[in-house]
Design a protein around this ligand. Structure first.
Ligand code: PAF
Length: 283
């Protein structure tokens, strides 16, 4: 497994693969890898000849009061896990490589970034789309794999790739969960032992919402109220949002007639955790 740290070396390496007719799969990450990332990588292995991952905690997607400095990091652990799963290259750039002096260019996707995480984290999607566009230009993948836990992020990346005519296939993979149902996240590392039970309120409330749907409930307001009441019963929780949106427009829906997603963002003690459930499909 190679570790590449400069943009030039990464571009040259990818170009040489392409010239030899090799297919490149790419999994962008911010490190502190868990099974969720590893599943994306395993899928990448199946889809291409060369699997490249990036480990880069992207400063432009964090707001001024967010956890950029405290974001968990463990490059040695990440290296070991990546090697075990068959990663061929880790792209591990420094900030000076990604945002050199006089950097002034940002990519924004409009409208579908106005709700959910885009509403509560105003810098977030501008940072994500900018870094992903840059990484795509550097790594030159044929296919890229994202998790569906960040549902809106996946929709936004697909939109950017389509709108900017990037010749990349975007694959979305199901959320990977702990045996108790907690969606895997690097931020779970912040959870104190007694907060763990409260953190389960997210996945459990989604399950409850799915049951309400199965029983025929189609009023979004009713389901959201039940979900909020359920989560708020758990100590240490503070709901950022609990909304039901159209899976393409990301606009709130009143009735669950088309395909819609229940998206949650909840602070549990320190971390803000997200999770979601898409109604009417088996995940
Ligand atoms: O989902 C993430 O970990 C990040 O938002 C990403 C896609 C790696 C961009 O920094």
């Amino acid at each position: 497994m190679k570790i590449i740290k400069t943009v030039r070396d990464m571009q040259d390496f990818s170009e040489s693969l392409r010239l030899r007719g090799k297919r490149i799969a790419f999994v962008p990450t911010m490190g502190y890898l868990h099974n969720g990332h590893l599943e994306l990588m395993k899928e990448g292995k199946k889809l291409a000849d060369c699997l490249i991952t990036s480990i880069y905690v992207n400063p432009t997607q964090f707001g001024p009061d967010e956890d950029l400095d405290k974001y968990p990091r463990d490059f040695e652990g990440d290296e070991r896990l990546s090697r075990n799963v068959g990663v061929d290259v880790i792209f591990y750039p420094a900030n000076s490589q990604m945002y050199p002096e006089n950097y002034h260019t940002y990519v924004t996707v409009e409208n579908i970034t106005d709700n959910l995480c885009g509403l509560s984290r105003p810098c977030f999607f501008r940072g994500v789309t900018t870094i992903c566009a840059k990484l795509f230009n550097i790594v030159k993948p044929h296919v890229t794999i994202f998790g569906r836990k960040d549902f809106q992020q996946l929709v936004v990346i697909k939109r950017m790739v389509t709108d900017l005519n990037m010749d990349i296939e975007v694959v979305g993979m199901p959320t990977v969960r702990e045996p108790d149902g907690l969606a895997m996240s690097s931020r779970n590392a912040y959870l104190k032992e007694d907060e763990r039970e409260s953190a389960l309120s997210l996945s459990r409330s989604l399950k409850y919402a799915a049951e309400l749907y199965e029983r025929g409930e189609r009023d979004a307001g009713v389901i959201i109220k039940e979900v909020k009441d359920f989560i708020e019963k758990h100590p240490g929780t503070r709901i950022d949002y609990a909304k039901i949106c159209d899976v393409e427009t990301m606009k709130d829906v009143e009735r669950l007639d088309g395909r819609s997603v229940l998206a949650l963002a909840v602070w549990v003690g320190t971390p803000r955790l997200i999770d979601n459930y898409v109604f009417g499909e088996n995940k």
